[in-house]
Design a protein around this ligand. Structure first.
Ligand code: PMP
Length: 287
């Protein structure tokens, strides 16, 4: 069951007019929110990022946080899995095709849910494969916009060679993955690129840095040069649906000793513990 503009319905019945600005211009933003045991994880943070994205495209938020919370709760209840990921999408609505913002038009609001499956165990024990490519996206990668053509093409480059992700480099520095954030590990130092207009401020990225702080893991948030990526002992990928994953091959060469490292094992365990704690406690998570 999905939600579209005020109504719940089976996805097969959902219809969008062809003049929706999401369809015509890619004029909209989205969020992806993981749900564990039927409870959204880090909901306030996701809604804050949604607001940032809406502000970035100058679109009024159609709902208050508690309205969003209520809609998401209903979608979760109407879908089967205990663990889900919610896809939430807002466009500038339906109007005659014209670049200028339309006046008096309601945004299109769409929410769907899919089962959230844990990554295959094999990926966690052997690690994932990635390639690198020049980051050719626009300069507002902090906005979670639905115009994902560059990300689609960059990620497909990895898929075409049997890899999972494309690590993006811009002018000699690492930004993020085509659909994930990337951390670099050098000995026992965890390195993260700074949040700015060149990358999406990942919710999982924040959790990892919070865990690093809380558990005394030495870390630095700073620009990461390409050679540091290529000589890393470990590379870690994070996203809401993949959580934390080790990258053990980059551009056909092994990363470190080619196996998931100690930093990965430690952060993976801390992340699972944190998730369990939050899901049991609830306070951090509800609006
Ligand atoms: N960067 C990009 C480009 C992404 O698409 C995503 C999410 N798929 C991320 C980073 C990770 O963000 P989050 O941890 O909030 O899922």
């Amino acid at each position: 069951m999905i939600y579209l503009n005020g109504a719940f319905m089976p996805i097969e019945e959902a219809r969008i007019p062809v003049l929706d600005r999401g369809f015509i211009f890619g004029d909209g933003v989205y969020e992806v929110i993981p749900v564990y045991s039927r409870r959204p994880f880090r909901l306030p943070e996701h809604l804050l990022r949604l607001q940032h994205s809406l502000d970035g495209i100058r679109l009024r938020n159609p709902h208050t946080d508690s309205e969003w919370g209520g809609l998401l709760e209903q979608i979760i209840a109407r879908n089967h899995s205990d663990d889900q990921y919610l896809y939430l999408h807002v466009t500038r609505g339906v109007a005659r095709r014209d670049h200028a913002f339309p006046k008096g038009v309601s945004p299109t609001v769409f929410i769907m849910s899919n089962p959230l499956l844990p990554p295959p165990a094999e990926l966690l024990t052997t690690g994932a494969t990635a390639i690198t490519a020049e980051d050719n996206r626009w300069l507002r990668c902090d906005i979670k916009g639905i115009s994902l053509l560059p990300n689609v093409l960059l990620r497909q480059m990895a898929i075409d060679v049997g890899a999972m992700e494309t690590v993006l480099l811009r002018s000699g520095f690492m930004t993020e993955g085509a659909a994930s954030n990337i951390f670099v590990v050098k000995k026992d130092l965890l390195l993260a690129p700074p949040k700015n207009h060149l990358m999406l401020p990942g919710i999982t990225y924040d959790v990892v840095l919070e865990l690093a702080k809380e558990h005394g893991i030495t870390h630095e948030v700073r620009a990461i040069a390409e050679h540091e990526v290529r000589t890393a002992d470990e590379l870690l990928l994070t996203s809401s649906t993949k959580e934390i994953m080790p990258i053990t091959r980059l551009d056909g060469r092994q990363v470190g000793d080619g196996r998931p490292g100690i930093m990965f094992s430690r952060l993976y365990r801390l992340y699972q513990e944190y998730k369990d704690k939050v899901m049991r406690g609830g306070a951090i998570n509800t609006l």
